[in-house]
Write a protein that binds this ligand. Structure first.
Ligand SMILES: Nc1ncnc2c1ncn2[C@@H]1O[C@H](COP(=O)(O)OP(=O)(O)O)[C@@H](O)[C@H]1O
Ligand SMILES: [Mg+2]
Length: 302
């Protein structure tokens, strides 16, 4: 019987630089999606990449995961320069990506989703058969180890909550030995509670030595789990903070667009919008989610 290669349990020491970009740019024709990006990620830590829509987050992930090749700059994995021609190349180096909607197949059972084509088999040649019992046991045990208790792994993944579905995809990547786990906005379609579920698995993966890259535009979610924070703005990496160098307010303000938002508030004021006090309030303190369209009480302030 052959069992699919389980992750050689924490063989990676925490704090090791596993992946690095140096001056990486990516253009699509005349559109420059990424400009001179330099960043690195470490094992056993959560690296957050924050940025507004169009900042270049997905492009960055696609370069890291082998979907796109950079136009210039150097990409190194474990200290070696690499050229990734496909997501399969990335996976073979231990770089796994969980895309929000494509992470699991809804009509397929939980255990099948866990293995997705890499199921353990028994016997050889024409006698080779899928070892269903073993596969179910492994899926259930692995999910349990990540803290997710699914009594019936035969149930379709579609019956799980959004957070649990992401968890199955994360547990699978960890089991199959991901050294780097890239999550593209895993919480953006989820409510508060389900987001909490996903954030918990991000921390579990980190505890198992994985370098997690967490893409989000939610500074609150980032702050709950992040060890390092990169901020992308119009294709440029404009901030690189260690956790000790930043607080939630700074992240919220950075994501709210700081100076840009202030300028906008004053422009709206000149068009007959809310007063200067409201403009200052918005520019100074309010995050993207809470940003009111009018005054805090629902009407323009006097
Ligand atoms: N395949 C592509 N062809 C042309 N332009 C693209 C392509 N992918 C992304 N872009 C452009 O690159 C910029 C960054 O996009 P993207 O990486 O999707 O940002 P984000 O994920 O942060 O919202 C946008 O201006 C987008 O239109
Ligand atoms: Mg995107």
């Amino acid at each position: 019987m052959s069992i699919p290669a389980p992750a050689e349990q924490p063989s990676i020491a925490a704090g090791e630089k596993v992946l690095e970009l140096k001056d990486v740019s990516k253009s699509f024709g005349s559109v420059i999606a990424l400009r001179d990006i330099s960043m690195h990620v470490e094992s056993g830590s959560v690296t957050c990449v924050l940025g507004d829509n169009g900042a270049g987050k997905s492009t960055l992930i696609k370069v890291l995961s082998g979907v796109h090749q950079q136009s210039s700059g150097v990409y190194t994995v474990g200290g070696e320069e690499v050229t990734l021609n496909s997501p399969r190349d990335a996976l073979s180096l231990g770089i796994a990506t969980v895309y929000q909607d494509l992470a699991t197949v809804p009509l397929m059972s939980v255990w099948r989703n866990f293995f997705l084509g890499s199921e353990p088999t028994s016997g050889f040649g024409p006698l080779r058969r899928l070892n269903v019992k073993k596969a179910k046991e492994i899926a259930r045990a692995e999910l349990l180890q990540m803290g997710i208790d699914i009594r019936d792994v035969d149930q379709p993944v579609g019956t799980l909550s959004g957070g649990e579905r992401q968890a199955v995809a994360i547990a699978r990547a960890v089991y199959f030995g991901a050294k780097v786990l890239i999550l593209d906005e895993p919480t953006s379609a989820l409510g508060v509670k389900q987001s909490g579920v996903v954030l918990k698995y991000i921390v579990q993966a980190k505890e198992r030595g994985v370098a997690v890259i967490f893409i989000t535009h939610n500074p609150h979610h980032a702050y709950l789990v992040g060890d390092r924070f990169f901020l992308l703005n119009r294709g440029r990496m404009i901030e690189n903070w260690e956790r000790s160098e930043v607080d939630l307010d700074a992240l919220v303000t950075a994501m709210a667009g700081g100076a840009e938002l202030e300028a906008l508030a004053h422009e709206l004021e000149s068009l007959g919008g809310p007063t200067e006090a409201a403009a200052e309030e918005v520019a100074g303190t309010v995050g993207p989610e809470e940003a009111p369209r009018s005054g805090p009480d629902g009407s323009p302030q006097a």
